[in-house]
Design a protein around this ligand. Structure first.
Ligand SMILES: [Fe+2]
Ligand SMILES: [Fe+2]
Length: 216
């Protein structure tokens, strides 16, 4: 394996050639916002997201930045999450942790972070990428499969060869798992599911897909 993005020297090289802007200080800001073990997870997600991006010819610097920022709101109290990101559905109201991606985006925007691609990846990492943002795909996959999780090694390895296939496997298996246990699927996850090319084709062909998208 080559040098990893969180090596200080490499991290310097990854500093912005695009509006990830004001990069200096963000890693430290994240470190102060989360528990120590969470920060270790954050670094692994950032590394892996960058590796997945590189392997798939995508923007590794934005993937790294989004990996660093994705869990910045993960250890906030429920009340703070609810204040930052008012619930959109029963799942959000009953499980405020589901809001930590949206809350993170709100926080980052308030602090002046402006890169829409990175912000969207941060927002979507909890419920699934909305489609059309490959950086969000990298971060989502890295988050569910980084080595510290001890699961999803197959998805991690697949993502380094074929990101779309890995995303399909991750999201389809998630909704299948939830549905099989009678657990309500988050509406945003359903949208992510229906944004998968394989499911969209199925939807357009009129065949019955696994789940039904929510009505507006
Ligand atoms: Fe998270
Ligand atoms: Fe995470």
């Amino acid at each position: 394996m080559g040098k990893r993005p969180h090596d200080p020297v490499i991290a310097q090289l990854l500093v912005p050639r695009h509006p990830v802007a004001e990069w200096t200080g963000w890693e430290e800001r994240v470190r102060l916002m989360v528990r120590p073990r969470r920060y270790e997870h954050v670094l692994r997600v950032a590394e892996l997201a960058a590796q997945i991006a590189l392997a798939n010819g995508l923007d590794d610097m934005r993937a790294y930045a989004a990996g660093i920022l994705h869990d910045i709101a993960r250890d906030l109290p429920d009340a703070e999450l609810l204040r930052l990101a008012p619930p959109e559905c029963d799942i959000d109201a009953g499980h405020p942790l589901a809001l930590h991606g949206r809350a993170a985006r709100v926080l980052l925007e308030r602090w002046g972070y402006q890169d829409r691609v990175v912000l969207e990846a941060v927002e979507d990492h909890t419920t699934g990428p909305r489609g059309g943002n490959p950086v969000a795909d990298c971060v989502y996959i890295a988050d569910v499969s980084e080595p510290g999780r001890g699961v999803n090694a197959d998805i991690r390895e697949l993502a380094l060869r074929d990101l779309n296939a890995a995303l399909e496997r991750a999201i389809v298996s998630k909704v299948t798992y939830l549905q099989g246990r009678g657990i309500q699927v988050h509406p945003r996850t359903l949208l992510s599911y229906h944004a998968l090319p394989c499911v969209a084709r199925q939807d357009q062909g009129g065949s019955t897909s696994l789940l039904t998208a929510p009505q507006p």
